[in-house]
Each structure stands twice: as structure tokens, then as C-alpha cells.
Design a protein around this ligand. Sequence first.
Ligand SMILES: [Zn+2]
Length: 240
Amino acid sequence: MKICDAHVHLGESGPWQPYINPTIYVEELIQLFNKYNVERAVVFPNPNVGDKYPEMNNYIAECVKKHPKRLVGFGRLDPRREDATKELDRIKNSLGLKGLKLHPMVECFRPDHPFFNSFFEKADQLKIPILFHSGNGFSSPGLIIKIAKKHPNLPIIIGHLRESAIAALKECENVYVETSGTLPDYIELSVDVDENRVLFGSDVPYYRYPTQIAIVEAAEISPKAKRKVFSENFQKLFKG
Ligand SMILES: [Zn+2]
């Protein structure tokens, strides 16, 4: 089965946990893709260490230039910074990246706070899809859905599909869910809502391909839906 992956980290990282070094360079990543039949993937920087996002975004753009058929580049930034909209513009218009990854817990911001209204308006104008980390606190799907509702033409991908993301999938047609770290049951429930808006994601190198692929394999969904989750929905969202 061909695979497209909506959640991959690429480039340098500082220490994360004592037992994992998430630094991964593009040559090693392409080897992993070849090993696990991954045709294309969304790639973006590791969580910020110090203040390196712009530099890391440059690296993502370089990698995409080397492997345009394999990589769909997303940028990262800290939306609390004064120059956040400027960096967003650079990500899209100078670097030619296709989307943005936001992690409200790591970047420590509450997405629905009015302070960020102009930032999300800019993302909407630039038509730059956003992949949100989801989880607890500032990363809860209940907050992310507010952005999706305000910007109904902006594709919003909710990472790490959990039960609370399924309500967002039901409520907003511009919401997609991504499967890294999920359970087969949640994939089945999401496919029942809309099989066209569920995307395979691995979160490599934090998670590993064999486990993340097995979760989707284990979901009791039709072969057609499985093809959609593993690659066709991705290909539609990120054409060419
Ligand atoms: Zn991740």
C-alpha cells in the first residue's frame, strides 16, 4: 500500500528526552521513506530550541528543493512574536512552503485569544493550511475548532487524532484529522464521519513507522477508505 504521511519532523533538535534524539537529516529520512513505502510527506522543523525557527524553516525549504516529489514543506514559528506575520509571509512567499505547524503547548499560546486574530487572518489570506498539535490545555481541539469556524476556507489539520477531535471533524468541513499516536477505534469513528478528511500521520522520529502503520492497518474500515487514509486524501489536499 502506498503511503503519504502528514506529520514528519525534519532537521536539528536539541535534547528532547534522554532516550530519544529527534535530530534527523533529509538523507536519512528519505531512506526511511523508501524502507516503509512512504511516497510523500509533510515535513516541518522539530520543536524550537532557543529561537531557531527561521533558520530551521530555511533548512526545510532546502530539503524540499532537493526532493520536491517526496516532501511537502511546512514552516514553524512562534505566533507570540511581533514578527510572526512577517515570518508567515516569508514561509509562504519567499521559501515557497505549503503550510504551517503550530504547537500551542510548546509555543505556549492560547489559539483563540484575540491577540492572535490578525495572525490567523493573515494565514487565511495566504491560504496556508495549519497542522495543530492536539492534546490537553492550549492544544485542546475545543480551542482549535474556534479557529476552524472563523476561517471556514482554511484547511485545519488536527494532529494526534483523539476522541475530542472527532467532534471537530463533525462540526467543521475544513477540519482534517491526522492519525499519529491514535487508536484504530478513533480512525473507525472518524471514517464514519467523513472518510475524505482522515490523513495518515506518523510523527516520525518521535514515533516509528511500524507502529503507526499498524494502527491504521488494524482499523476495521473498507479497503477504499484505507487507501484514502493512507494516501489519496493527502494527494488531494497537497496536489503536485
Ligand atoms: Zn510531531
